[in-house]
Write a protein that binds this ligand. Structure first.
Ligand SMILES: Nc1ncnc2c1ncn2[C@@H]1O[C@H](COP(=O)(O)OP(=O)(O)OP(=O)(O)O)[C@@H](O)[C@H]1O
Ligand SMILES: [Mg+2]
Length: 503
């Protein structure tokens, strides 16, 4: 018994001593010295192989691999943990970046193997255990490639390209794209934002899928709605979300169809191609370009040969007046409606512009919205910005504007849906039929099983407001069907009564 007790006591004391020893090593930093010595001991038992990645090739050209490894190494957390490293200011304000010091040694882990990098003057030297080399060297280098490409994409400065008439130096001129709009700053239904995000993420992952289908790897969005509802801001938010350059096509500067093709050919992959106000342009009966030229451009036939990955965005004030072939699925994949402001959008704007999450005037604003008054987010945003020093004054001015200028705007825009010949009942049925058609076309969407992800490729209609409107139409439609059935039953029963009276 005593032997057992002594053994237990010994074990306990050893454990405590080891624990305290570890704490002392970590607290005093001696752990690093121990680790270094341990590495020396390890080195005696392992055979290492060295690979040099020179900065310049034999013909004194820059070695791209050196740059990639450099970008990759500077992103490792082990740079921060090493004994000595350099600090530099980054491109963004207040940004500080780490940079390797000459002769600094960086440790990395990959698939369970330890890898060392030594930063010599003009070379980066990879030190790897011979036993691990065959297993991990190739996948490790591929890993460096993809990580550094991703990092470069993230920190790439975006550009805004505009087409010019003078084609001596190419058809595009660029300026830095610094629009601050993001999907977070957009006053839109959060559900809609999430749908857009996941649609874009699925698109980015679907290169192989599009290739297998023989389709150009592009996604087309139609943004439609009244002026000042955020269509252009949304394009900027898309570009920022994707980290894509923006090519803004001014159609008035395009002479003919071949000129339009040239513009597409001279654009680069990973870009958002924008045509704003296409409905207005088409309504002005353009002379130089044909409709088929525009349709081919939208299909992006030419881009399939030279790198793809493009998102096309077309904006319109309304889509009722344009040629239906422009809007067909495949040519436009996603339709997004930009409505006038509602109370939810108003709250986002109040938070963005005034820093208000809630206010005692909010219920009054909500009531006005419920009555059908509305303004565009741009109009409300301007009022808030002008009165930003006093949130109460800002809200009062919004209430005032809604009561005077915004009165009946929603009513008017809703009424415009009903324009056109035919009686009221016929129109209601038409709407109901339209709704059923939309619903059934939604059901027939096709999906991709790519990496376990389902990719949606059919034409999709996004816009929470449309859904609200659809429900109202359903209930009105159902009431109408009820009414028609009652009328039918009463007329049949009336006739039966008449018949029975005759006999
Ligand atoms: N939904 C919104 N969310 C946040 N800000 C918005 C929204 N809509 C408009 N704004 C603000 O209003 C201003 C005008 O918006 P924007 O230019 O994007 O509208 P638009 O729909 O493109 O108008 P137009 O059809 O006249 O070109 C921008 O400064 C933007 O910040
Ligand atoms: Mg615009």
């Amino acid at each position: 018994m005593t032997i057992l007790f002594n053994l237990f006591l010994l074990l306990f004391v050893t454990f405590i001593v080891l624990f305290l020893f570890r704490v002392v090593l970590i607290k005093t930093g001696l752990i690093y010295v121990v680790k270094k010595k341990w590495r020396l001991v390890e080195d005696c038992f392992h055979v290492y192989q060295f690979f040099k990645v020179p900065r310049f090739s034999e013909s004194m050209q820059r070695n791209k691999l050196h740059h990639k490894v450099w970008v990759y190494l500077n992103s490792l957390t082990s740079v921060e943990d090493s004994d000595f490293t350099n600090l530099f200011t980054g491109k963004k304000p207040n940004e500080i970046v780490l940079g390797l010091d000459p002769n600094q040694i960086i440790e990395d882990d990959f698939l369970g193997a330890k890898i060392f990098w030594i930063n010599e003057d003009d070379n980066l030297v990879l030190k790897i255990r011979k036993a691990d080399k065959r297993r991990i060297l190739r996948p490790y280098l591929q890993h460096i490639h993809s990580v550094s490409d991703d990092l470069e994409d993230q920190k790439r400065d975006l550009k805004l390209y505009m087409n010019v008439v003078d084609s001596q130096k190419g058809r595009w001129r660029s300026v830095p794209f610094t629009h601050p709009s993001t999907l977070e700053t957009m006053a839109m239904e959060s559900d809609l934002k999430n749908k857009v995000k996941s649609d874009l993420e699925n698109f980015l992952k679907a290169k192989q899928y599009y290739q297998r289908l023989g389709r150009v790897w592009k996604r087309s969005y139609l943004l439609y709605g009244p002026s000042g509802t955020g269509k252009s801001s949304f394009i900027a938010a898309l570009a920022n979300f994707l980290s894509y350059d923006v090519y803004d096509i001014d159609l008035s500067k395009v002479s003919d169809d071949s000129d339009l093709k040239l513009l597409l050919l001279q654009s680069t992959a990973k870009s958002v191609i924008v045509i704003e106000d296409l409905d207005r342009y088409l309504s002005e009966k353009p002379t130089g370009m044909s409709l088929s030229g525009i349709l081919n451009f939208m299909d992006g036939i030419l881009t399939s040969s030279c790198g793809e990955e493009r998102v096309m965005v077309i904006t319109m004030n309304g889509k009722d007046q344009v040629e239906q072939s422009i809007l067909r699925p495949g040519r436009i994949d996603v339709h997004i409606h930009f409505p006038l402001c509602d109370f939810t959008a108003f709250k986002t704007l109040a938070n963005n512009y005034l820093g208000l999450k809630d206010h005692k005037l909010f219920p009054q604003v909500e009531e006005i919205f419920q009555k059908g008054s509305s303004l565009s987010p741009a109009e409300i945003g301007e009022l808030m910005m002008a009165n930003r020093s006093s949130p109460s004054r800002a809200l009062k001015s919004v209430i005032n504007a809604l009561q005077t200028e915004g009165d009946g705007r929603v009513g008017r825009s809703r009424k415009s849906l009903d324009e056109g010949g035919g009686g009221h009942a016929a129109k209601e049925f038409k709407k109901l039929y339209g709704l059923l058609r939309v619903k059934s076309s939604r059901k027939s969407q096709s999906f991709d099983l790519n990496d376990g992800q389902k990719e949606e490729l059919d034409c999709v209609e996004f816009g929470a407001k449309d859904l609200v409107w659809d429900e109202a139409v359903v209930s009105r439609g159902l009431k109408l069907v009820q009414f028609a059935l009652c009328a039918l039953v009463s007329s049949v029963s009336g006739r039966l009564l008449l018949l029975s009276l005759c006999f």
